[in-house]
Design a protein around this ligand. Structure first.
Ligand SMILES: *[C@@H]1O[C@H](CO)[C@@H](O)[C@H](O)[C@H]1NC(C)=O
Ligand SMILES: *[C@@H]1O[C@H](CO)[C@@H](O)[C@H](O)[C@H]1NC(C)=O
Ligand SMILES: *[C@@H]1O[C@H](CO)[C@@H](O)[C@H](O)[C@H]1NC(C)=O
Ligand SMILES: *[C@@H]1O[C@H](CO)[C@@H](O)[C@H](O)[C@H]1NC(C)=O
Ligand SMILES: *[C@@H]1O[C@H](CO)[C@@H](O)[C@H](O)[C@H]1NC(C)=O
Ligand SMILES: *[C@@H]1O[C@H](CO)[C@@H](O)[C@H](O)[C@H]1NC(C)=O
Ligand SMILES: *[C@@H]1O[C@H](CO)[C@@H](O)[C@H](O)[C@H]1NC(C)=O
Ligand SMILES: *[C@@H]1O[C@H](CO)[C@@H](O)[C@H](O)[C@H]1NC(C)=O
Ligand SMILES: *[C@@H]1O[C@H](CO)[C@@H](O)[C@H](O)[C@H]1NC(C)=O
Ligand SMILES: *[C@@H]1O[C@H](CO)[C@@H](O)[C@H](O)[C@H]1NC(C)=O
Ligand SMILES: *[C@@H]1O[C@H](CO)[C@@H](O)[C@H](O)[C@H]1NC(C)=O
Length: 870
């Protein structure tokens, strides 16, 4: 341990690094000139932007200056910072969570070290890889830019050594852009092309572009430039620079299409394309310019007539791919048109996924303030504390390195780290900390009370410090190992008499309060493990129950009737959460499924009553309906409609002799399930959350129509659509909203999460949790495959490739969106329904793999953008 502690800087110097400095101008622009000496910082660029030294945004590195500058680089690219030490070195930038940014990093080698060896290294964005920077491949440096919505208030951009050469960076630029532009269904947008079409040779940037996008000129021999000196109104939400819109190109052969094509290195790449078009010529009354817009030969917009002096931006709402990596964008003149098509400016982005969640934000805040308080300066304590795993800060251990869940810090080991001062209060914000080792330091002061309130703690080692006072009562609890030897002035009780010579393990009988918590935790674990609901009392207001029962006598059956219906409980259909389910028939004809409450469980009884109460007021074609009930002394039974085709789960796996359903049926079932859930969420009063959506709870009737079963866990919530605190632990492991872990609440969006998992199962037929795999959760498995581009492998092989690729892809995107760990990013059930309907249109049109039947969007300067309600 001692050897890994590098050095202790002066407190002020370290604080300067930790408390992230602001270098934003009033527009929120952050402009860092890396390697700029701090005494020259900041300076005003000729375009009016202020550039700052990067010194306070990163904790290591050395500065360099380019020696070869043939192009006459702008000042901000002539100095650089390189990183000879450490594997991962990071920049910390303060941003606004939820805001959309253009993030740009510029790398210019310029033979700064005189070695003529251009470096190769990786660029990471938080815990995820953004790009590999290979300066060997570029003559004059490289620019990486992307549009990204900040997921937290801290943006970390890291350079990672991958070989012998030293990573370097010349400039870092952040520009907030409009929040209604460059919207993706998932992922961020890496810039692929950004051109204005002109014979010119100069770049367009700030201040011509309010967002400081870099527009390069593009011109081909087969084109003719046309231009105007008149104003072009650029006021749609993309704010394309007017100067870029004042020129345009048309094909010289006026009957030929305007074509731009390229071949991608990565054939699985997904693209978003934005064409900015404005008429720049004055056409005669008898002339028209009209064209269709196509991608790889498939039309996605048109016919379109550009407007004189007004920009329109043509783009699609979802990404598209290129067959075999060959991409072709074309504007094709229509028969009616007397003029060739024209294009002013054009952007293409590729979708870049950042699947690995950042470490829990409050854990990061806590560990950073601990770092600051103890003035720790460890070379590897940079970037995300927990992930990626190989760069986890030493002295930490973290839970779930699952891609989609934010990791939590579970162990903090600062043993022998030369700590002085008191035990930092920030420790209490590590709310899932299990092991805390502060042994062998020079800590002084008392043992703080808050340690006793941290119920997750299992081991605390405070040995060999200089602590004094007494040990808080709350630390003397069962299950907590506390080591305090070698603190001569510390004692167990208030009567501080003799110092402890031996190692002491304090394990004192748990207080009533903590015992209750332990029990609650055990119940939770038990429930999660068994995948069964645990029920608490007081689930349903009894008064409501009584009224309901009294009113619904017509559907009441006696116990002897139940015995008769089931032919003395002859045929078992299954075992539910609180009792057996039997087959039966009413009047010898109508088939029913009868759930009988096992008499041993009083909690089950409460839940049973809840289910009756709910089912009696819920009516929807995609919810299993209640035929009647029996409520006679100890005998309680629910009588449902019988669904002969059983559980959806079996129709995916083919188990139990069930048929495997095809792709479009799966989509239809997904739509039906979504409709049932939407009804629960917004259709019935008061609204309800199902809370245990899973494939085993989705039943199919004769016609394979889906109906959702098992409302035992549903619970009403009143008021404005927000969930209320729930007191009941519910759900099934794997389907349970990950936010439940810290919020302890299950709301509508929890059902959306579970639905997402169901949809993933329907697409992939993979187990929700696969114990034998590294990527044990289905979202991880899909994320892993997506990352490697194995899209075809994701889809259930039982479908034998008999599905429309595009609809499967969209369904997959939708499922992943629903299963987003952050509930705020999940769509509503209504949005889900809308999207599935579109998938169905795709799937049923049946033209095959490359069908693009998407809604088209165009933005105009006089109409507001159509929101992407998905
Ligand atoms: C903390 O780190 C030290 C040195 O690496 C090690 O000896 C000690 O066992 C660790 N403590 C815990 C609780 O793992
Ligand atoms: C690099 O800059 C030089 C000098 O301006 C130029 O001749 C060359 O074409 C540039 N190379 C690339 C790939 O841009
Ligand atoms: C966009 O930003 C504005 C203000 O910056 C805010 O009022 C609006 O709600 C945002 N819209 C979305 C869709 O986030
Ligand atoms: C278009 O630009 C060229 C120079 O690039 C200029 O000579 C010409 O006058 C411009 N045409 C119009 C209509 O502004
Ligand atoms: C012009 O384009 C049309 C349509 O693509 C083509 O048939 C024709 O041969 C072209 N003319 C010339 C001169 O290239
Ligand atoms: C449009 O009208 C003008 C005269 O007004 C004529 O010279 C020109 O040929 C016409 N163009 C077309 C495409 O008909
Ligand atoms: C342009 O699109 C319209 C509407 O989809 C279609 O009718 C027409 O045939 C297309 N024209 C060309 C030249 O592709
Ligand atoms: C970190 O925690 C995991 C389980 O959470 C455990 O298996 C592993 O041994 C721990 N590693 C260290 C170094 O304590
Ligand atoms: C504690 O501080 C003293 C002097 O301030 C120093 O000699 C000693 O090495 C420190 N102990 C540890 C474990 O850092
Ligand atoms: C703990 O977190 C809360 C909220 O995130 C914050 O207000 C508080 O300052 C933190 N406490 C410490 C000691 O860092
Ligand atoms: C607690 O820390 C002391 C001093 O570093 C060490 O000797 C002891 O083994 C530690 N105990 C445990 C259980 O890690």
């Amino acid at each position: 341990m001692d050897t890994s502690i590098k050095l202790l800087l002066g407190l002020t110097a370290v604080l300067a690094i930790i408390h992230i400095v602001q270098a934003q101008d009033q527009k929120g622009f952050i402009s860092l000139d890396c390697g700029l000496p701090s005494n020259e910082s900041p300076y005003k660029h000729s375009n009016g932007l202020w550039f700052y030294s990067d010194e306070k945004f990163t904790q290591g590195g050395k500065t360099g200056r380019v020696r070869e500058n043939p192009k006459g680089y702008a000042k901000q690219y002539t100095t650089l910072r390189y990183f000879p030490d450490g594997i991962r070195n990071c920049y910390n930038l303060n941003v606004e969570k939820g805001r959309r940014y253009l993030v740009r990093a510029i790398f210019v080698y310029g033979n700064y070290d005189g070695l003529g060896m251009k470096p190769v290294f990786d660029l990471h964005f938080g815990p995820n890889i953004w790009a590999t920077i290979d300066l060997e491949k570029t003559a004059n440096g490289t620019v990486k830019d992307m549009v990204h919505v900040a997921t937290s208030n801290l943006m970390q951009i890291c350079l990672v050594k991958t070989g012998k050469t030293k990573p370097l960076i010349s400039a870092l630029e952040l520009r907030p852009v409009g929040n209604d532009t460059y919207i993706t269904k998932s992922g961020s947008l890496a810039n692929y092309f950004r051109y204005y079409l002109s014979e010119s040779s100069s770049q367009i940037r700030y201040s011509n572009d309010v967002y400081d996008r870099i527009w390069n000129p593009l011109f081909m021999k087969t084109w003719t430039q046309i231009n105007t000196t008149q104003n072009v109104d650029n006021s749609n939400s993309f704010d394309t620079p007017e100067i870029a819109l004042q020129t345009a190109v048309t094909p010289t052969n006026s009957s030929a299409p305007l074509t731009i094509q390229w071949t991608s290195e990565n054939p699985d790449e997904r693209y978003y394309c934005y064409a900015h078009v404005a008429e720049v010529e004055d056409l005669q009354a008898n002339e028209t310019r009209e064209f269709n817009v196509t991608w790889n030969g498939i039309q996605y917009y048109g016919p379109f007539v550009p407007r004189r002096g007004l920009v329109d931006t043509i783009y699609t709402l979802s990404s598209r791919s290129c067959d075999g990596g060959k991409c072709r964008f074309q504007l094709i003149r229509t028969d009616k048109s007397t003029r060739p098509p024209l294009l002013n400016a054009w952007e293409v982005y590729t979708v870049i996924q950042f699947p690995q969640s950042e470490t829990d934000e409050s854990d990061v805040g806590a560990i950073k303030s601990i770092t600051a308080i103890y003035a720790l300066s460890r070379i590897n304590w940079q970037g995300d504390p927990c992930v990626p795993r190989q760069f986890r800060w030493d002295g930490l251990n973290c839970s779930n390195t699952d891609l989609f869940l934010p990791p939590r810090i579970t162990a903090l080991n600062l043993s022998s780290s030369g700590l002085s001062g008191t035990i930092a209060a920030a420790v209490q914000n590590l709310t899932q900390l299990e092991t805390l080792d502060l042994s062998n330091n020079n800590l002084t002061g008392g043992v703080p009370d808050f340690l006793g309130n941290m119920k997750s703690l299992l081991v605390i080692n405070l040995s060999r410090n200089n602590l004094n006072g007494s040990i808080p009562q709350a630390l003397q609890r069962e299950g907590l190992k506390l080591f305090i030897e070698g603190n001569p002035r510390l004692c167990l009780s208030d009567s501080c008499k003799k110092p402890h010579k031996k190692k002491i393990i304090v394990t004192i009988v748990a207080s009533v309060a903590s015992a209750a918590i332990v029990i609650a935790v055990l119940v939770l674990l038990f429930v999660l493990k068994k995948g069964k609901p645990a029920i608490q009392q007081g689930l349903v207001r009894t008064s409501t129950m009584n009224v309901t029962f009294a009113e619904k006598n017509s559907r009441k059956f006696t116990y002897p009737e139940v015995i008769q219906m089931t032919n003395n409980f002859q045929r078992v259909l299954g075992k539910g959460g609180f009792g057996m389910v039997y087959h039966g028939s009413v009047n010898g004809s109508e088939q029913v499924a009868i759930k009988v409450l096992s008499q041993s469980s009083t909690q089950g009884y409460k839940e049973f009553k809840a289910e009756v109460d709910l089912l009696l007021r819920v009516h929807h074609t995609n919810l299993v309906s209640l035929v009647g009930y029996c409520y006679e002394g100890d005998h309680l039974a629910l009588i449902y409609e019988f669904l002969p085709n059983g559980e959806l789960k079996q129709h995916l796996s083919g188990k139990g002799g069930r048929s495997i359903i095809n792709w479009s049926t799966r989509l239809r079932i997904a739509l039906e399930v979504a409709s049932g859930l939407e009804y629960l969420h917004i259709g019935c009063t008061p609204p309800m959350v199902h809370r245990d959506v899973k494939t085993a709870n989705i039943l199919l009737d004769d016609n394979l129509k889906a109906k959702i079963a098992d409302f035992g866990l549903s619970r009403s919530f009143q008021g404005g659509g927000e969930s209320q605190d729930s007191t009941v632990v519910a759900g099934t492991l794997g389907y349970l909203d990950p936010e439940y872990n810290h919020s302890g609440r299950l709301g509508e969006k929890s059902d959306v999460y579970s639905f997402g998992i169901v949809l993933l199962e329907m697409i992939t037929n993979q187990p929700v949790i696969n114990q034998t795999s590294d990527n044990s959760h289905i979202t991880q498995w899909v994320g892993f495959k997506l990352n490697r581009g194995d899209i075809v492998e994701i889809i259930d092989p039982n479908l034998h490739k008999d599905y429309d690729f595009n609809s499967a892809w969209r369904a997959l995107e939708l499922a992943m969106l629903c299963a987003n760990p952050s509930s705020s990013r999940r769509p509503s059930m209504s949005q889900v329904i809308h999207e599935i309907k579109e998938c169905l249109v795709c799937a049923n049109s049946g033209i095959g793999k490359n069908l693009e039947l998407e809604p088209q969007e165009i933005t105009s300067s006089d109409t507001s953008m159509v929101p992407m309600a998905r």
